[in-house]
Design a protein around this ligand. Structure first.
Ligand SMILES: Cc1ncc(COP(=O)(O)O)c(C=O)c1O
Length: 393
């Protein structure tokens, strides 16, 4: 029997990520030591109190039932966290929804909101689920150009009126992945006005909310006046507390959007394992001292990598946030050639920028998921590769 995969699934492209995995495995198979900076899964551990809470509750057989929308303590904890960290008031009963991850939350949101033919404004370059979720829901993607000369903020007045008339939702992410730029308050205010004018739901992905470097301001979209009228914000414990595999996240803000997603999810999942929720409550109501050491460690990693690359004459901009470096590659290379040759010849795995959209061409994304010494070694290997590439040109 031949299984005919749905057309919308056939439209999804995952080939570049698969190719990186295949090349990495082939390089390792050929005896090369590969420094893997391609995957954005934190190598740091969650705080000890998270592991303890999780194990303690896992021993209790009464905690193995369905939890549906989640335990009330989780909702109270998110509300507390948002007040403490971003001075945002959230009503736990209406303005918050527990999710397994922002990933599935984003995918399900498009299914709950988008009708076939609706437009969604999506950043280019952008995190892949944004485009994929719209495609799965049968919507139309309109890429918003994120250019370095505009500080990677989209120019909203560039979007044609005929597109805006059909646009139902827009997705933004500051700081984001792969583009690590931060937005300022003025930009968020402009987005609120724009969304009101054109009746567009704003979705802000704030997955890296606590990985902000050099004392840059940390701005939740929901802290901007009027934001809750037009928007929602995704946040997650994956990167903030290194719980990426211990799935738990949440979305907050606009009551109607939260209700739509909750209703959709009530048809397809039965909630998160109680011990994970209890661990999340512990994390969200902790004293937050955990972030400080984590942020400085990521800063040390970023600085070690960038200083090392500088020695090879490759000047790369310092990320103001996140666990990535979005690096403009030296002239004369395509993103794919550069990334693939780095794996094959230098034993360093990074992701070619075009994996994140057309405008990612000319960049690679380097994940800061190894200690500083290993990142310095990666930079040395890249330096040797670049020298060789210049000689053989
Ligand atoms: C920008 C961005 N949004 C969302 C996610 C998904 O996170 P979660 O683990 O909450 O599903 C990631 C994961 O890497 C991400 O980089």
């Amino acid at each position: 029997m031949k299984i005919d995969v749905a057309k919308k699934i056939q439209k999804l492209s995952s080939s570049i990520f698969q190719e990186i995995v295949d090349r990495k495995l082939a390089a390792i198979h050929n005896g090369l030591d590969v420094i893997d900076l391609s995957v954005g899964s934190p190598d740091f551990q969650p705080p000890e109190f998270v592991v303890e809470t999780l194990s303690e509750y896992a021993k209790d057989p009464s905690k193995y039932g369905y939890t549906l929308r989640g335990i009330p303590e989780f909702y109270e904890a998110v509300s507390y966290f948002y007040k403490q960290r971003y001075n945002v008031d959230l009503d736990p009963s209406k303005e918050i929804l527990q999710l397994m991850g922002s990933q599935d939350g984003l995918a399900h949101l498009a299914m709950a909101i988008i009708n076939p033919g609706d437009y969604v404004l999506v950043p280019d370059p952008g995190y892949p689920i944004y485009e994929a979720s719209v495609t799965i829901a049968g919507g139309q993607v309109y890429p918003m150009r994120l250019l370095e000369e505009n500080n990677f903020l989209p120019k909203l007045d560039e979007i044609p009126l005929e597109v805006l008339q059909k646009t139902k939702m827009m997705i933004i992410s500051y700081p984001g992945n792969p583009v690590t730029a931060l937005a300022n308050r003025e930009f968020f205010e402009e987005v609120v006005e724009f969304a009101k004018l054109h009746n567009i739901l704003v979705v802000h992905d704030f997955a890296y909310s606590e990985l902000i470097f050099d004392h840059n301001p940390q701005i939740s979209f929901l802290s901007v006046p009027g934001a809750k009228e037009v928007g929602i914000e995704f946040n997650s414990l994956s990167k903030t507390f290194n719980m990426a595999g211990c799935r738990i996240a949440y979305v907050s803000g606009n009551e109607q959007a939260v209700a739509a997603l909750a209703s959709f999810k009530s048809h397809i999942d039965y909630g998160i394992f109680y011990p994970i929720q209890a661990a999340a409550v512990k994390a969200l109501t902790s004293d937050f001292s955990f972030f400080k050491s984590q942020v400085s460690e990521y800063e040390r990693r970023r600085d070690a990598l960038i200083a090392g690359l500088e020695k090879s004459g490759w000047h790369v901009a310092k990320s103001p946030a996140t666990m990535f470096v979005w690096a403009k590659i030296p002239a004369g290379f395509s993103s794919r050639r550069f990334a693939f040759e780095l794996i094959d010849r230098a034993g360093v795995a990074v992701v070619p920028g075009d994996a994140f959209g057309k405008l990612g061409e000319g960049y690679v994304r380097i994940a800061l998921v190894q200690p500083p010494e290993r990142l310095s070694e990666a930079a040395e290997r890249i330096q040797s590769y670049l020298m060789e590439a210049v000689i053989t040109k």
